[in-house]
Design a protein around this ligand. Structure first.
Ligand code: UD1
Length: 431
């Protein structure tokens, strides 16, 4: 199993190119199941989760072709991948594939919309709380799907096609909103989605579906209206830049000090997190090339945050921000309102010398003058990268075990950081 070795050191200086967003790429790929034609996605990140989903889609009959490199294209250019689901050959998504990545459960909606049936294993994924799928199933039922649970599988059918209806989510859910959209686009009549998630990845999916011939209005707002169409066609769509990767590197620079351009990043997709970073003493400027993040001298100021659905501070940046606060000049409080049990990084940060106390859904962090390198273990995707951020300033050597979590969501992490002066390397082999 690979490990990552970091020797804590100086500031980060240079340019980090931001990749296409994992959390947009996954639902966009799944949307290819909705049409017989080819869906071409550019700016695709090269990540373990993407490769895993290609495998899952392949099982349903999706062919994919990767465009070769073009002359003059840098290694940072995202891939262009063509997905074609000419025929759905298998409507079962088996346990051994779905259990590795929660988002693969989202194949349920397009399979039912296109083929009238699906048998999808209940999901696995990051170990961050129970993460039920009741609201995804509720959305499907509202559009006329019959759902049964059999031996760990969701067995769904809508033999006569889906029918538009009203879906009123009692809680904001990203996966639920993706599911509702992908079901509603091919349903007969109109669907109104209330209390929809407003994350930029929802808007990205809706934009792509509209290019494919769907009639969606209001994406990015709390109420989305979808007028069902008979069929969708092929399209070309470029995946939006990854706001979580952007925020993660911004926090790394806030931690180490320095001056880095996050090339291609869009401030509007993570304004709440950028505002918090500014309060902590980091200077952020939007430029035509991306976001410039700078912290010179001056300490890190403590800031209290609470995670919440977009446009508020994202739960996917909570662990990284906690790493930053471990070195703040004072006490900060971080409250996690989206997932219970998303504090597994606390124990590992403590191994590096952080002072963190947990009180229910709140972590109270007292900034320490120094962190000290130690062997630590990654427990989920975002938790792993919080350990990288801490390792960048810890005195001496930090070794992060089980880095496969990082590979699920961060493209070429070590080389991007190394290019800005970090001492970070991957050690292949067994721990
Ligand atoms: C997506 C993101 C994940 C992010 C999360 C919240 C992807 C691939 N994953 O996950 O990185 O952390 O949004 O921004 O895009 N819930 C229910 N019942 C359901 C579904 C959800 O109770 O049927 C709850 C969850 O347990 C959680 C909350 O709703 O407490 C939000 O979850 P949701 O937005 O659905 O997260 P995901 O779509 O799984």
């Amino acid at each position: 199993m690979d490990r990552i070795k970091i020797t804590g050191g100086g500031p980060l200086e240079g340019v980090i190119p931001i990749s296409g967003a994992k959390n947009a790429a996954l639902p966009l790929m799944i949307a290819s199941l909705l049409t017989r034609d080819t869906l071409t996605l550019s700016n695709m990140p090269l990540l373990a989760d993407v490769t895993q989903l290609e495998r899952i889609l392949g099982n349903h009959g999706v062919d994919f072709a990767i465009s070769g490199k073009r002359s003059g294209q840098s290694e940072n250019a995202g891939r262009t991948v063509h997905f074609t689901a000419r025929d759905i050959v298998d409507t079962t998504a088996p346990y051994d594939l779905v259990s590795r990545m929660r988002a693969s459960f989202w194949v349920l909606a397009p399979l039912v919309a296109r083929a009238g049936e699906a048998r999808v294993s209940l999901p696995g994924g990051c170990a961050i709380g129970t993460r039920p799928v009741d609201l995804l199933l509720m959305a499907m039922e509202q559009l006329g799907t019959k759902i049964e649970i059999e031996n760990g599988y969701v067995v769904a059918s809508a033999k006569n096609g889906l029918i538009g209806g009203e879906i009123d989510f009692p809680k904001v859910t990203v996966g639920g909103t993706h599911t509702a959209l992908m079901a509603a686009v091919l349903a007969r009549g109109e669907t109104v989605i209330k209390n929809a998630a407003r994350e930029p990845e929802i808007t990205d999916l809706a934009n792509c579906l509209n290019k494919m011939g769907a009639k969606i209005s209001g994406a990015g707002e709390s109420t989305i209206v979808v007028k069902g169409v008979g069929s969708l066609h092929g399209a070309h769509h470029s995946v939006l830049p990854d706001r979580i990767e952007t925020g993660t590197y911004a926090m790394a620079v806030a931690m180490t000090g320095g001056d880095v351009l996050l090339a291609g990043a869009r401030a509007a997709d993570l304004q709440a997190a950028l505002d918090v970073l500014e309060q902590s003493g980091t200077k952020i400027t939007s430029t035509p090339e991306g976001l410039r993040v700078k912290r010179n001298g001056g300490g890190i100021q403590p800031v209290d945050i609470e995670t919440a659905p977009f446009p508020a501070f994202p739960t996917d940046l909570q662990a990284q921000f906690m790493a930053l606060m471990t070195r703040a000049n004072g006490v900060s409080r971080i409250t996690e309102t989206i997932f219970e049990n998303r504090f597994m990084h606390v124990q590992e940060l403590a191994r590096l010398g952080a002072h963190i106390k947990l009180e229910g859904d709140t972590a109270i962090i007292t900034g320490a003058e120094h962190l000290d390198g130690a062997p630590v273990m990654a427990t989920d995707l975002r938790a792993s990268v919080s350990l990288v951020i801490a390792g960048l300033v810890a005195r001496g050597e930090t070794t992060i075990n089980r880095v496969y979590h990082l590979d699920r969501g961060f493209e070429r992490l070590e080389s991007k950081l190394r290019a800005c002066g970090a001492q970070i390397e991957r050690i292949s082999g067994h721990a």
